[in-house]
Design a protein around this ligand. Sequence first.
Ligand code: GLU
Length: 459
Amino acid sequence: MEEPTNAIIQSSLDALMQDESFLPELTENMRQQAFTSLSAILSTPNKVHKSYLRVPLDNGKVVRIPSFRVQHNDALGPYKGGIRFHESVNEDEVMNLAFLMTLKNALHNVPFGGGKGGIVINPRTYSEKELNTISRKYVRYFADVIGPDKDIPAPDVGSGEREMDWMMAEYKKIHHGTPYLGSFTGKSVVNGGSKGRREATGKGVYFSFRYMIHDFLKEKEELLSSTDNVFARTTLDMAHRPLKVAVQGFGNVGSVTAHEAYKCPLVDNTVVAVSDRNVTLYNEEGLNIPALIAFSAKNKGDLPTTEEQLAEAGAKAEIRGRDELLTLDVEVLFLAALENQLHEGNMEDIKARIIVEGANAPTTEEADNYLSDKGVVIIPDILANAGGVIVSYFEWLQGRETQYDSEDEIYQKLVAQMKKTFDMILPQFYGDPFPLRQNCYIHAVSRLSKVLYKQGKLY
Ligand code: GLU
């Protein structure tokens, strides 16, 4: 597993070790032993499955595609997490992402453990027929280890409802006669998916930001004003004034986040920049986000890259280099692309005062420490981007009952669940010196540890 995760687990464990109210029944030696066990459990996955999918291509060639399913921990429920389709997928990355799923579910009280899958391909270079075969082969190779009460995959970068529909169909074929609706989440609505699942991550990401800067603040402004906590000062400083917003990534998460920011009546946002794998589009007056969403829907998910395409989209913007977005003079930066986007090489140039992690692990440990030391509020991945897995849980429940909620009901339930987590975390965050990520880790690890202890696993 990558170093950053290890460092932050260790400091969360250290903080818990010092907290006498945490598992007070443990006496001195047992306490030490329990923490040694915890550290081992958290820093390594339970199981790593690896296969080479044999796939015949349209041109007659046959390839072997490396693929993974990592099952990190299932103390809180069946393993749960997406399957990433990306050419840079590797075992360490999938292990780290599976670990983040364990923490994300623990933090938000979702009764699932943590897992993650990966297929090492660039899906843009395969035909629909080939992708169908790859998706089905993935299920066949991992058929014994997945299932509604074992391990439930979902979409991630490069995959979506189409792939989940294919995968569930294959699962159903293999496990004929057993319940199958809960084997995959993120399916299309006609195929047993949940309304609102596609938008859930992006909406949850925007809600996280809005909740901190508006809803929570409205009620707790006095509490924030009376502390000298550096993060409280940043939040207060950003409240009640116009905010320039930039969104990195314009896929399923970024485009929805940008749209939510664009239309939010509660915060005075101007979305001045968005970017994707090709470009940054910048307009100080604000971008026409609905026009850009309509364009990308017609152009394989890509933003306009030329003046002609901008005219076709009906959007006005300056075309800039892809990574320029990160260092623009904005107050708020949403990261909804891939991991390791803020790092030692660009951290000193970041101007945003609030960073919201829509992607998993977009900030390296160095950048995280550097920016937090400067009082930048980072709303971390496991807190901000849990909307996807929370609505996956609702989808899984609806599949069990074959009773489905309306989109509005799903959204209300989603924000109610995220609000609960925020209300648990924020008062402490504004009162102590730890950044938000550390606070979230402590809560997640504490919840997980209590269950592991009760299950007799901390010996
Ligand atoms: N891939 C998403 C995540 O990273 C969703 C996982 C799920 O719905 O299981 O949280």
